[in-house]
Structures are given as structure tokens and as C-alpha cells.
Design a protein around this ligand. Sequence first.
Ligand code: ATR
Length: 307
Amino acid sequence: MQETNSVTKRTSVNGKTKMLGVIGNPIEHSVSPQLHNTLSITLQKNTMYVPFRVMRENLATAVNGLYALGFLGFNVTIPYKENVMEYIDEISKEAKLIGAVNTVKIHKEKFYGFNTDADGFAKSFTGETGEKFAGKKVVILGAGGAARAIAIKIALEDAGRICIVNRTKSKAKALVEVINKNVGGKAEFFGMSESEELMKQSDIIINTTSVGMYPNIESCPVSENFKFASWQIVYDVVYNPSKTKLINLAQSCGCKTVNGLGMLYYQGIYAWQIWMDCKIKEDVLDKVYKMFVKDVYGNLNYTIRAR
Ligand code: ATR
């Protein structure tokens, strides 16, 4: 894939069309418009989803502008998932814990904030591996925004041990403190030098760093000589390229692997369900997922249910 430029075809926009969108900076790489416009066509909803690049100094004006224009809701992406919280009237418990909002619903003159990244991750993980987190030993590489959502979700789902490993150890420490204070004392923090020893003792390894992401596709967050055990599960939040060095390495050791496209997909699905107050049926989800994968990866031979 590397670059996505495709445009989802719509039949019409009319006076009754309701608006949705995403704010962030940069925004050109976002594939959420493809997903949500495919959803509106498939589910025959008269909605349209548009990306908006917003400068920091215009964030408040942009958020109020979306309200003034009658938007049903919007997504928030990097770098505003934390800053946007100051404009939200009611924030869900999970989003408060994660400290970030990626989905806003506008209803009766109020902004409601949610974080669907965590549920999107859990749904894609369980859907693609058939496994859950209860009692499992998990290593998370990274301590940024994605790590926060993932680590808190895994803690809420009762993992046995959560090791947060980060280049900047103080950020790993801060995340561990949030988890242990709010969810239970199962998290520990480490520096990168300890990652391989920890990975050997874990059931699930999750890369939340951007290492290996296009265009730096030759980078890998673990040493290329590292040997995973075949029963370990390796999850990489990076989805471009579809197979990072980490995923290739894990597959060569016989591991189940998952990339981040499913997380991206399901965070969008959960956002849509919040805006539309509906539950999308599983057969529709499968159909839209196939279209989404094709939209993102083109004709690349990507296995949706990875191994
Ligand atoms: P996101 O919202 O996608 O998680 P982020 O909040 O900027 O993005 O977090 C990026 C994560 O990738 C961080 O954990 C970062 O480590 P630092 O906290 O030390 O910055 C990690 N990361 C990015 N580039 C890295 C690299 N080259 N090596 C190791 N870790 C890296």
C-alpha cells in the first residue's frame, strides 16, 4: 500500500445529509473517511465523513464550528486526543482513565467524549487470535497514546502481568502508576534494554511504537536475531506496511500475528455505533471489513484473519 489515494464513491449529497468528520494534524494519511463513507453507503445512511486539518490555535474554534454546523459527531486524532477533552461536557469513564478522547458525539447541545481505541484493539485482538487477556503475561513496547489505551484495556480485562517497556522510562512509569492506581497493581515498567528478557517470559507481545512504520520499514523494535516461541502472540499496531519486520520475524518463528488495521477498523465501527446509536450486524461488519482492507491495501494479498 504505502500511500492511499483512493476515493470512495457516493451516489449523492442532498439537503438532508448529516455530517461527520475527523480533526487532527496531519490528516492526509487518515483512512477513516474511506471507512465511514463505505459504512454510510453500505448501511444506506445519508451521512458524509470529511477530514479536517486543524492548527492547534484553532482547535476551540474548529470544535465549536462542528457544533454550529450541526455535525452528528467527529473523531479526534493526533495530536488532539488529550487537548480536546477540555471542550467536552461529559467524558466516558474509560476515556477519562485513558486520558484521551477519539470520538465525540454531539447531542442536544452537548459534547460527549469516548475512547474507542481500547475496545477497537480488544475486538481485533480477540477476533483475530481467538484469545483473551485474563491471566496472560503481556509485554507492551511503548508508552504513548496507543499504549495507554491498550494497557488500560488489558488491565481492565484482568491480565496476569503487564510489563510496559519504553525508550523513555519515565513515561512507562507514569502509565504504570495510572494502571496500578485505578485498575489494580499488575503493571511494571522497564527500559528498552530489558525488553528481550521480558518477552521470553510473556504470552503476548504488543508493539505500540511507530518503529517499523512506513517509510522506516527496515526498523524493528526487537533485535532481528530474537527468537519468539511459536505459542506466543505478536501484535503490531503498525498497519503500514501490512507486514512489518516484527510481524515477519514472529511469523518466521511460527507465532500468531496481528497488525493494527483491525484496531483501526473497529475503533471506527465503535465510533459509528455511538453516533448512530446502533449495533452493526456481524455479517455487515465482515463485508465492510473486506472493502476496507481492499481500500487500504489495494490488491495486496493481505490475510484478514492473520494466521
Ligand atoms: P501514539 O499515539 O501512536 O502511541 P506517541 O504517543 O507519540 O504515539 O507514542 C509513540 C511511542 O513510540 C512512544 O512510546 C515512543 O517512545 P518515547 O516515549 O521514548 O518517545 C515510541 N517510539 C517512537 N520512536 C521510537 C524509536 N525510534 N525507538 C523506540 N521507541 C520509539
